[in-house]
Design a binder for this molecule. Structure first.
Ligand code: C5P
Length: 224
C-alpha cells in the first residue's frame, strides 16, 4: 500500500457543498473519504453516490448495531451505494458479526470507542481494561469472518499481536506533530500509528480545518 492510500479524511460536515468542496480540494492527495452519521443523515445516501461518482473511495462509518437480520440488510445497502468500507459494532455479538461479513465490501468492527475509559466500561458491565476489551472484540470479529477493526492507536500493537498481519486495523485519534488535539485524548502521530501497525489512519480536523487542506494532507503523507 502507498503512504497516500493509508490516509482517510473524516468529512464531519452537514452541508453537501462543503463536503464536495473538500473532496475536490483533496482529490489525489488522500486515499479515502470518511462519511459518518452527520453527513449521511443530513444528506441521505446521495452524498455517498456523489463522492463515489467522482472516482473517490468512501468509508461510510455508520457503526451499525442491531439484530443480525436488520444489521446485515443495512450492510447490504451500503454495498449497493459503492462504499469501500463500513462499520458495525463488535458488541452486536457473534451472530450479528457473522451476518454482516460480506465479500462486496470491507466490514470493520468497532471495538471500544475511544471515548470510553475504564470507568465508563465498568459502568456498562465490562470489568476488563480498554485494551483487553478491544483485543477480545477484535478476536471475536476475526472469528466471525470480518476483515478488521477500528481501534484506538493505543490498542494497535496488542490487536496486531492477537489477530496477526492479515487483519485490517483502522485508527482515529491521530494528531500530526504540533496540531491541536481538540477533544481527542489518547492520540498518536500518523507515523507512530503506522509504525505501531495501523493499516489506515483517520484524520479529520487537522486536515479539514487547515488553511490549505491539501498541504496538510501532503505533509501527513510525507511523514509516513
Ligand atoms: O477530527 P478528528 O481527527 O478528531 O476526527 C476523527 C474522526 O474519527 C471523527 O469522524 C470521529 O467521529 C471518528 N472516531 C473517533 N474515535 C472513535 C471512532 C471514530 O475519533 N473511536
Amino acid at each position: 500500500m502507498q503512504a497516500r492510500d493509508r490516509l482517510v479524511v473524516a468529512l464531519d460536515r452537514s452541508e453537501r457543498d462543503e463536503i464536495l468542496r473538500l473532496v475536490d480540494a483533496l482529490s489525489g492527495s488522500v486515499g479515502m473519504f470518511k462519511l459518518g452519521l452527520q453527513a449521511f443523515i443530513a444528506n441521505g445516501p446521495g452524498i455517498v453516490r456523489e463522492v463515489v461518482a467522482r472516482g473517490e473511495k468512501v468509508f461510510l462509518d455508520l457503526k451499525v448495531h442491531d439484530i443480525p437480520n436488520t444489521a446485515s440488510h443495512a450492510v447490504d445497502e451500503v454495498a449497493t451505494l459503492g462504499a469501500s468500507i463500513t462499520t458495525v459494532h463488535a458488541g452486536g455479538g457473534p451472530a450479528m458479526l457473522r451476518a454482516c461479513a460480506q465479500p462486496e465490501l470491507v466490514v470493520l468492527a468497532v471495538t471500544v470507542l475511544t471515548s470510553l475509559d475504564e470507568h465508563e466500561l465498568a459502568a456498562i458491565g465490562f470489568d476488563t481494561s480498554p485494551v483487553a476489551t478491544a483485543v477480545r472484540f477484535a478476536q471475536l470479529a476475526k472469528s466471525a469472518g470480518l476483515r478488521g477493526v477500528v481501534a484506538s492507536p493505543l490498542e494497535i500493537e496488542a490487536i496486531r499481536i492477537a489477530c496477526g498481519d492479515d487483519f485490517i486495523i483502522l485508527t482515529p485519534g491521530i494528531r500530526p506533530e504540533g496540531s491541536d488535539r481538540g477533544d481527542q485524548r489518547r492520540t498518536m502521530t500518523p507515523a507512530e500509528a503506522v509504525s505501531a501497525g495501523a493499516d489506515y489512519i483517520v484524520v479529520g480536523r487537522p486536515i479539514t480545518g487547515a488553511a490549505s487542506p491539501r498541504d496538510a494532507a501532503r505533509a501527513i503523507v510525507d511523514s509516513l
